[in-house]
Write a new protein. Structure first.
Length: 338
């Protein structure tokens, strides 16, 4: 607990201190998010906050680095650094989606090579494919969720908090400390990112958080339960970004658009606003959804097979209904911009 508190305090203070510096430097570096018809902000906003998040987590992680499995710790940090750097390049100059995708796959392969891998199936090929898919999907899911003030940072903080809690239950204190660092960095950034935001995290922050949460989700272990049940835990914790990415992908494919290159106001948050909520109300609503999914995940860690699959099945059915409902008026017609 002392280590948790020290990591939390250090990452929080660094994030709070570094974010204003990033906000000051962004205009000088040309890293500004310009308003457009497809975005919700109306004035130019710096988008260098991800660098502050990255540095805060990195400093806290390095402080504990000597206690980790060096190879696995190194692969997580190197992979997260690589995807964050690609995000920074994209924020400044633009980067083709295919290039970012290849970089994310390579980062996932680095995790696999050092033993940070999914073991759900017990079959090397299936587990390999699932590991790469999970890392790439979650990395991009958090990036796609970064579409409204405070949303991605808040949801990432909630997910990291649940991961840290579950790590403490299972005695994975070092993995938990990494989750605490992510939580604290996100909270420090949210001081400046809640509506109306004075800075955005940009792709450098969103891709970094997505990769870190994907890696932490893989590293979670629950020796008091069986993998046949606990594979659902990280899926539930990250259920909101998973759902949002599935929604925009299906919606854009249905409209004949490329889901990787087509921006638009077709996310869950945009549809809630189109239904009558304010931006703050939409974000708070999604915070609650993310928190409830995290609580369900905590329950599943100690649930029997029957209990776990009742919860997981109910969540899956509700998600499927949500996908169907969100593609029908008024959500569909009022939210999506061609």
């Amino acid at each position: 607990m002392t280590a948790y508190l020290l990591v939390f305090a250090g990452a929080l203070v660094l994030s709070i201190a570094l974010t204003p510096l990033a906000r000051y430097l962004a205009p000088h570096l040309g890293i500004i998010d310009q308003p457009s018809a497809r975005k919700v902000h109306r004035t130019p906003v710096p988008r260098l906050g991800g660098v502050a998040i990255y540095l805060a987590v990195l400093a806290a992680a390095i402080a504990l680095g000597e206690r980790y499995n060096f190879a696995q710790f190194g692969s997580i940090i190197i992979g997260a650094t690589a995807v964050s750097f690609m995000g920074l390049v994209d924020d400044r100059w633009g980067l083709r989606p295919a290039v970012k995708l290849v970089g994310q796959v390579l980062a996932a392969l680095l995790l696999w090579a050092t033993g940070v891998r999914v073991g759900t199936f017990g079959q090397p090929v299936a587990d390999f494919l699932l590991t790469v898919f999970w890392v790439v999907y979650i990395t991009n899911a958090i990036n796609l969720l970064d579409n409204m003030d405070g949303l991605a940072g808040g949801v990432a903080a909630i997910a990291a908090a649940h991961f840290a809690l579950m790590c403490s239950f299972s005695g994975q204190y070092l993995v938990g400390a990494l989750a605490v660092a992510v939580l604290a960095a996100c909270l420090g950034f949210l001081f400046y990112n809640l509506n109306p935001a004075s800075i955005f995290m940009g792709d450098s922050g969103a891709l970094f958080l997505g990769f870190m949460l994907a890696a932490i989700g893989i590293k979670l272990r629950f020796p008091e339960n069986v993998t046949f049940v606990t594979w659902m835990v990280p899926v539930l914790v990250l259920g909101l970004p998973i759902f949002d990415t599935a929604l925009v992908t299906l919606s854009r494919l249905r409209r004949g658009k490329n889901p990787l290159t087509t921006p638009g106001k077709d996310h869950v948050s945009h549809r809630l606003v189109a239904a009558g909520l304010s931006q703050r109300e939409a974000v708070l609503t999604l915070y609650v959804v993310s928190f409830v999914l995290g609580l369900l995940a905590v329950f599943v860690t100690r649930a029997s097979v029957v209990e776990g699959y009742i919860v997981g099945g109910a969540a899956a059915l509700l998600g499927a209904w949500g996908l169907w409902r969100m593609e029908r008026p008024p959500f569909w017609s009022g939210a999506v911009h061609e």
